[in-house]
Each structure stands twice: as structure tokens, then as C-alpha cells.
Design a binder for this molecule. Structure first.
Ligand SMILES: [Fe+2]
Length: 336
């Protein structure tokens, strides 16, 4: 059921309390958008059709934007503050099969990162770029994900994958010109094409791999990460390489939810993840129920009414089944 014009979901509020064991840094800069932001629109935006997606697949997405050229988000002092905070959070590093050195839950550990990631000025700026209203991701675990250089540089910083979430930016926190390797790259093609090639243990054709040039620290690419196959290559020389990935949700919640529980199940602490998943899915269903309440026509078509009710609560049903399922899951990514 599509949302009627003008009906938009309200963003979900950030939790009032932190998960047990999560504490904010005792000392850190205070986020100040007037001082820390320097917003500059992208010179170019690539559409899903540019990557070869057909109309049917694009119609299921909240925006037809695939990925932007690097856009400036942070000022010099914004970069300095975020770098300082990120280095302080490195003590919480963890790894998974796909990413060897990362920090999750940064929005529960740094007020600076929380406030940057929730900043309404940035959200509005990005909403204009994608052409649809966004909100910071309804699951705080997807706010301010940090990637660091692997300790063993023979490992990729992040292997070929599509994101666990639909929309995000990848922000360069370290000085990109100081890096040898460690490039952010994306595939100029569809996920299905990439899967065929990579699952046959072949490299993606180099002429179809794009390596955007980040002019400086503080620049980010914005992407529909669930549709753009991307990675960060291995470093050729050990160096500081920090990126911050911030997730967003569309406020038009009528599109299929691209957030994947299975990936998070193998990475995140369940005491944080399971309630976040429940809240996120409850938020989606609440919006769909609100739409149903607004729009359900007078009819004696029992099947249509029941189908509308089922569709509205499908996210909650899915969450219950995910949370009840105690089996192990596997993260979706490609080998390289
Ligand atoms: Fe990613």
C-alpha cells in the first residue's frame, strides 16, 4: 500500500537509555553543526539505471539514486573532532568475516558521533540529494559504524558486498592522499551481475570498477548501499585509515525493508540488536497501520481487507520469527 501524498512517517526517537555496558566517552568535543559541518553538494549523481537496473527493480526502491561523487560534509575542525573521537573508540574494535577491524554501537559510546549522525541539517541535505525525506536509521547500531585499517594489511578493509541497510554515507575521516591502497570502490553494474562473476571466483572486470577520488578528509559518498556492490581494498602500506558509515531510512515506509537481520545477527550483541530489531520493525508496521487507518476504503471485500491488515503487520511478524530463530546465520558478502 503506497503512502498518500503528504503522509510521512515520523522518525523513531533515539533511545532514552544506553544498553548495559555502553558508556559515553568521559571527555570529547561537543558537536556543533555551525563549526563542524561544511556541506557541499555532489558534482554528479549516478542513478540505478546508470548501473543497469531495470524499471521493475528501481520501482521497489525509495530513490533512484545509486551513488554520488564525493560530497563535502565536514569542515576541517569537524574532521579533527571526529578523528579524535574515533581514535578513542578504537579500544572497542571487533571483527567479522567481512570486516577485520570495526567498531559498532558508536552512537552509544560517543555523544559527538551520536549528534553528528542524528543531525537534522545533514539529514535534510541528504534528503534533497536523494529526492525523498530520510531519517537517521531507526536502529542506532547503524549509526556511526567505524571501519579501521586491518592489523594485517593482507586483508581487505572491507570485501565486496552490498550493505545490510538501504541508504548510507561513507565518510573519509583520515587523510585519503596519505593512503597507498585502501580505496573505496564500487561496481558499475548490478548486484546480480556482480554475484555471477564473484561467485565464480573471478575478479570484477577492472574497467567496470570505479574508484572515486576523495579530495580530502571530511568528504563522503552517499549510496543506496543495498543496490551498489562496493568494497574497500587492502592497504599496500600500513596507515591510519578510518571511515564512518552512517545509515538512513526513507520516511516513505511503503517500500520493502532492505535492512538485513541475518548479517547483524553474527556481528552485534544480541542484547542490543534484538530490541533494536523489534523497535525498527514495530515502527514500520505502525506506519503501515496508520496508512491503513487513513486509507482503507468502505468495501465488503473481506479478502482485500485481510490482505491489507496482513501487509501492515508483516514487518512485526517477520521480526517475531527472526527473534525466535536461535539458529546461526551467515553474513552476505563476496569472497574478495
Ligand atoms: Fe558497505
Amino acid at each position: 500500500m503506497a503512502l498518500a501524498d503528504g503522509i510521512r512517517a515520523a522518525p523513531i526517537a533515539f533511545p532514552q537509555t544506553s544498553p548495559p555496558g555502553y558508556h559515553y566517552l568521559p571527555e570529547e568535543p561537543t558537536y556543533n553543526p555551525a563549526q563542524h559541518l561544511s556541506l557541499k553538494k555532489p558534482s554528479r549523481i549516478y542513478r540505478l539505471s546508470d548501473l543497469g537496473y531495470d524499471k521493475t527493480l528501481v520501482a521497489n526502491c525509495p530513490t533512484d539514486v545509486a551513488i554520488t561523487d564525493p560530497i563535502r560534509l565536514l569542515s576541517e575542525s569537524g574532521v579533527a573532532a571526529l578523528r579524535e573521537v574515533s581514535l578513542n573508540l578504537r579500544q572497542y574494535k571487533q571483527r567479522c568475516d567481512r570486516i577485520p577491524n570495526m567498531v559498532r554501537g558508536a552512537a552509544y559510546r560517543s555523544r559527538f558521533i551520536r549528534d553528528l549522525c542524528l543531525c537534522p541539517i545533514v539529514t535534510e541535505f541528504l534528503s534533497e540529494i536523494v529526492g525523498t525525506p530520510l531519517a537517521p536509521h531507526s536502529m542506532p547500531l547503524h549509526l556511526g559504524h567505524l571501519n579501521f585499517a586491518p592489523e594485517n594489511i593482507s586483508e581487505a578493509v572491507d570485501r565486496w558486498h552490498i550493505d545490510t541497510i538501504s541508504l548510507d554515507y561513507v565518510l573519509m575521516v583520515s587523510e585519503p592522499s596519505a593512503l597507498e591502497g585502501g580505496k573505496f570502490q564500487y561496481f558499475n553494474g548490478t548486484q546480480a551481475e556482480a554475484a555471477v562473476i564473484l561467485n565464480h571466483a573471478q575478479d570484477l572486470p577492472p574497467e567496470r570498477v570505479v574508484s572515486p577520488t576523495f579530495p580530502d578528509a571530511g568528504y563522503a559518498i552517499f549510496q543506496q548501499g543495498s543496490m551498489v556492490v562496493h568494497r574497500a581494498t587492502r592497504l599496500l602500506r600500513q596507515a591510519e585509515r578510518i571511515t564512518l558509515v552512517n545509515g538512513y531510512v526513507p520516511l516513505d515506509t511503503s517500500f520493502p525493508d532492505q535492512s538485513r537481520f541475518a548479517d547483524m545477527k553474527v556481528v552485534d550483541e544480541h542484547s542490543v540488536l534484538l530490541p533494536e530489531w523489534a523497535r525498527h520493525k514495530a515502527w514500520l508496521s505502525r506506519n503501515k497501520l496508520d496508512t491503513l487507518i487513513e486509507e482503507l476504503p468502505f468495501t465488503s471485500d473481506r479478502a482485500a481487507i485481510c490482505a491489507a491488515l496482513r501487509e501492515a503487520i508483516a514487518d512485526v511478524e517477520a521480526a517475531i520469527s527472526d527473534i525466535e530463530d536461535t539458529s546461526e546465520s551467515k553474513m552476505l558478502y563476496y569472497g574478495r
